[in-house]
Design a protein around this ligand. Structure first.
Ligand SMILES: Nc1ncnc2c1ncn2[C@@H]1O[C@H](COP(=O)(O)OP(=O)(O)OP(=O)(O)O)[C@@H](O)[C@H]1O
Ligand SMILES: [Mg+2]
Length: 315
């Protein structure tokens, strides 16, 4: 059971009507960026929750508000029932954040960095837990290395470790796998899954949507500071029922000109309701005398839901 919960049934995270704007100082006039626009969402204890959205959607701003690093213009945010402003210390003790930016003190070793963090949170006899963290994040061989001597991916591992030192009931990971190799990603996810199994609430932001799909049972999608989707991963995928198809060809049949989108591969991508529509699509390619060079079929996935809900065209 997570420590210091004031009440077992309070939500792990409760965000109500949070707005935040920044003044864009680089431009003339009082140009404002609405980073968050009346965001409300609740994450229950024990959930593995994904916070998704394109660059600039407001994810990190929301996490900064949860961590008490940024003050909301309006609305409230609570961690395990503690208000992040009025009850800052309690809220902060219940939260561990892996920040998106690599921030660290270059003069300490990895172990010292974790020990300092433990002291800061008043954790006594943290050695065994720190050893376990080092082991799980594959940092044992680096325990006595100076932070400045670590590679980017290694530094990120230490940031993850720092967030876990005080065993917070709520753990927020802001793109923890950016720039991290495949092996650590696997280690990290099995470690985080274990923590979730032990009752810790996990909130994850990632641009690797297959990670979110595999791990998270519920998803919030932000777009330009607004929540555009808040549902179980299963429901979001159900809403996407159908198939995706990518076709490489020199042209697009006129009837389909505005239906697809160009994929990274250069192929034309379509989302279809089913195989009947696929037959029609191929018939139209034939009728227009366009040779299909290559075709790939796929099931609906979270990436598709994400693009549908957050792309510019959706506006
Ligand atoms: N300190 C700040 N000063 C001015 N503008 C800011 C500040 N912090 C964030 N913003 C702006 O607020 C918006 C939301 O930024 P935020 O970092 O929360 O997005 P994000 O969803 O985390 O994006 P990413 O996926 O790139 O990490 C952006 O337009 C950003 O430029
Ligand atoms: Mg961010």
């Amino acid at each position: 059971m997570p420590p210091s919960a004031p009440n077992a049934i309070v939500p792990a995270v409760d965000i109500a009507g949070v707005s935040k704007s920044f003044v864009n100082a680089s431009k003339k006039g009082d140009d404002k960026v609405q980073a968050l626009d009346h965001v409300s969402l609740r994450v229950e204890q024990g959930e593995f929750f994904a916070l998704l959205g394109p660059n600039g959607a407001g994810k990190t701003t929301l996490i900064s508000i949860l961590a008490g690093l940024t003050k909301a213009d309006s609305g409230t945010a609570k961690i395990m029932g503690f208000d992040t402003v009025r009850e800052y210390r309690d809220a902060r003790t219940n939260l561990g954040v892996v920040p998106q930016e690599l921030v660290f003190d270059p003069f300490f070793t990895v172990r010292e960095t974790l020990e300092l963090q433990a002291k800061y949170y008043g954790v006594k006899s943290a050695t065994a837990w720190i050893d376990e963290i080092l082991e799980n994040l594959d940092l044992k061989s680096k325990a006595n290395a100076n932070m400045r001597a670590l590679s980017g991916g290694m530094k990120r591992r230490v940031l993850v470790g720092q967030a876990l030192v005080h065993k917070p009931p709520v753990i927020v990971l802001d793109e923890p796998t950016a720039g991290v190799d495949v092996e650590l990603r696997q280690n990290l996810w099995s470690f985080v899954k274990r923590l979730n199994g032990e009752g810790h609430t996990i909130i994850l932001t990632t641009h690797y949507l297959e990670e979110a799909e595999a791990l998270c049972s519920r998803v919030a999608m932000l777009k330009a500071g607004k929540v555009v989707a808040l549902d179980t991963t299963a429901n979001l995928l159900r809403g996407m029922s159908g198939i995706t198809v990518q076709i490489s060809a020199d042209d697009v049949p006129p009837a389909w000109a505005s239906c697809g989108g160009i994929q990274a591969s250069g192929a034309q991508g379509y989302t279809l309701s089913g195989y009947g529509e696929l037959e029609q699509l191929l018939a139209d390619y034939r009728a227009a005398n366009i040779a299909v060079k290559e075709m790939k079929l796929g099931e609906a996935d979270l990436e598709q839901a994400f693009l549908k809900l957050t792309s510019k065209e959706a506006a």
